[in-house]
Design a protein around this ligand. Sequence first.
Ligand code: V47
Ligand code: SF4
Length: 378
Amino acid sequence: MISPTDISADLQEIAMKVKAGQRITDEECLLLFDKASLGFVGSLANEVRQQKNGEKVFFNRNFHIEPTNVCVFSCNFCSYSKLYAKRDEGWELSIDQMLHMVKKYDGQPITEVHIVGGVHPKMDLQFFADLLKAIKNHRPDLHIKAFTAVEYDYMFRKAKVSVAEGLKFLIDAGLNSIPGGGAEIFHPEIREKICADKVDADGWLLIHETAHQLGLHSNATMLYGHIEKPVHLVDHMRRLRELQDRTHGFNTFIPLKFRNKDNDMSHIPESTVVEDMKLYAIARIYLDNFPHLKAYWPMLGRQNAQLSLSFGVDDIDGTIDDTTKIYSMAGSEEQTPSMTTAELVTLIKQAKREPVERDTLYNEIRNYSGVEVNAELN
Ligand code: V47
Ligand code: SF4
């Protein structure tokens, strides 16, 4: 136990606020980054997590479709995209090919498809509307979580429609929710160094706010562990917290650890596990209006995702089924990301928590706490 004399008065004050369910300020958040130990923020985050979600740890049964890795943008941290001029080295899937991927899961209890990719100038609003319709037509119950704000910004501008018009068009075609990608770091000082040419912070936030107003839920990410400083992380989370106060449309916050293989930022060392866990804990403490905090295991690695469950995390995404390339290409230890339900349940049980299968909107499908993990569990 930490004795009160071991920690400074300002940290003690923050701890009292958090325990009383009060919001911390940006200055207090910076103080946590600067002065607090991992144990200090970890135990506070654990309390916040417990108050919000009890002992439950959520996961879902999902797979990804990445329509293309050809991209008009050139984010320096990206290990995955191929510029349009080099498109021969990349991939571009047709609607039939993507529908074929969906059909592979016929008869399986998958609940979500996550569609995200590069920004290809020939894949336009109509193409994606046709894709959503084809998927919904084949499998109406499958939740479609699709396209980042970066992809929307480009496709709506190209189609000369407003954000609301574009989103409504895609909702009519079958869109159910929006993933959190493309947020990176909002602060212009960093954004212009790591992804200068894509949608800026205000554009990203406007797309999510409009989606929330139209009744969609979405997620929010933050790419950390490169050239940013705590002040940029706090700025990023403050913008999200303010938007969430207005709309309550975000489901989960997903910090994404920068991986440094084969990209233009490969000279930057990756963050340490202590830095990773501290970031999760501080995010859980600061983002008091986000119901969930997700550790995306294909990027963090399954062991560190398991560890993060003691630092505020209550969600570890899903089964994935080796359908995403973004992280393996960026150097994650998870080169073929796929976990069975039994593996996810075991991982959560080993951390002495309750595994709960959810749908995308966190409706509970099955609580596995009393279920024995055996060969029949799939
Ligand atoms: O925006 C790209 C990140 C994101 C690297 O909403 C990298 O449930 C680390 O947003 N190192 C796309 N990260 C993926 C994404 C996501 C993933 C899982 C779940 C959800 C959700 C959203 O991937 C990009 C970018 O921040 N990324 N390159 C890299 N080298
Ligand atoms: Fe394109 Fe996304 Fe890679 Fe940026 S992160 S280059 S927008 S695929």
